[in-house]
Design a protein around this ligand. Structure first.
Ligand code: DAH
Length: 332
């Protein structure tokens, strides 16, 4: 019977149970042998006893082996995890523009700036007039505007500078705000331009604010954003809402100022516009320009993201191609 037990096979729980009944249950063959044991002559008891025990152990071992081989279906079965989700769910990740925007906000929050927001559908006053763009001034053409057809006064904001006005009309200095948001311009969509993009605006108005304060804050920002060894330079520029105005460059993030294709050999990359808030802007928004001064700056989020991640085509940011978005998983 030993050889017979060794050769046992079962392919499901029912067959296995039948084998158990056949050999090891109360009426099983091995149990019957054990019951007969008392009839064995005394001088053979030892030898037979060892054999029966061996057979019983072997049978038990074999049944256990078979049970493990196909897994039993009783309540102890752990092979099915009923708490597991039905399919692998890929978690979403933050969009690269949100990552960069949040990083910008974080840096300025540490410098004491608080968050402010305004509407994307704006009126001419907040976008242009209150920002010292005179009626029919050619500076209005610097930014190609989308108009709402039936309401020529209602437009899609072309810059987040409109939020400066939204805040100043309600609040007296000290004002220290950072304003992220989407802006729109009537541009043909290409790798380098889009009809909508994102900006972050900064504004600080208080007594005794100087250009030195502006420069120091921007230097700190550049070093936090692009690394300790980043250099900045300010070039004179023109914006209707600041006087004096400047554009800021940072040393090229790729070649560290040596000159490469990204910085077109110059070693510098332009990242934002800034300046001292024009006294007209303060007055137009109800703030006494003899008492208060301010600085302001505005930067493009896509531009900063491009420099950080070398994204070659602006359209990638709004196409929602999962392969592109997945590349930023590690940065999340
Ligand atoms: N609004 C400007 C633009 O969209 C950017 C800008 C420049 C904002 C200078 C400012 C500033 O606050 O001071 O091009």
């Amino acid at each position: 019977m030993l050889a017979e037990v060794e050769a046992l096979q079962a392919s499901n729980a029912e067959e296995l149970e039948n084998l158990r009944i056949k050999y090891l249950s109360k009426k099983g063959a091995i149990t019957a042998l054990m019951a007969d044991f008392r009839n064995v002559p005394a001088e053979q008891k030892k030898e037979v006893g060892i054999k029966i025990n061996e057979l019983k152990n072997k049978a038990q071992e074999k049944l256990n082996e078979l049970r493990e081989a196909f897994g039993s279906s009783d309540s102890e079965d752990n092979s099915i995890d009923i708490t597991r989700t039905a399919y692998p769910i890929a978690l979403g990740t933050r969009h690269p523009l949100s990552l960069v925007k949040n990083e910008i906000i974080d840096i300025f929050a540490r410098l004491g700036f608080s968050l402010a927001e305004g509407p994307e559908v704006e009126d001419d006053w907040h976008v242009f007039s209150s920002m010292n763009f005179a009626e029919d001034h050619p500076a209005r053409d610097m930014q190609d505007t989308f108009f709402v057809e039936a309401h020529p006064d209602i437009i899609l904001r072309t810059h987040t500078s409109s939020v400066q006005s939204r805040v100043m009309e309600k609040q007296q200095p000290p004002i220290r705000i950072i304003c992220p948001g989407r802006v729109y311009r009537n541009e043909a969509v290409s790798a380098r331009a889009h009809c909508f993009f994102h900006q972050v605006e900064g504004l600080y108005v208080d007594e005794n604010v100087s250009f030195t304060d502006l420069k120091q804050v921007l230097l700190l920002f550049a070093r936090e954003m692009f690394g300790e060894d980043t250099q900045i330079r300010l070039r004179p520029s023109y914006f209707p809402f600041t006087e004096p105005s400047a554009e800021m460059d940072v040393s090229c993030t790729l070649c560290k100022g040596q000159g490469c294709s990204m910085c077109k050999g110059s070693g510098w990359l332009e990242i934002l516009g800034c300046g001292m808030v024009h006294p007209n802007v303060l007055e137009l928004n109800g703030i006494d320009s003899t008492k208060y001064k301010g600085y302001a700056f505005g930067m493009g989020v896509e531009r900063i993201a491009n420099l950080k991640y070398q994204v070659k085509d602006l359209r990638m940011f709004s196409e929602n191609d999962v392969r592109f978005l997945k590349e930023f998983e590690a940065a999340n």
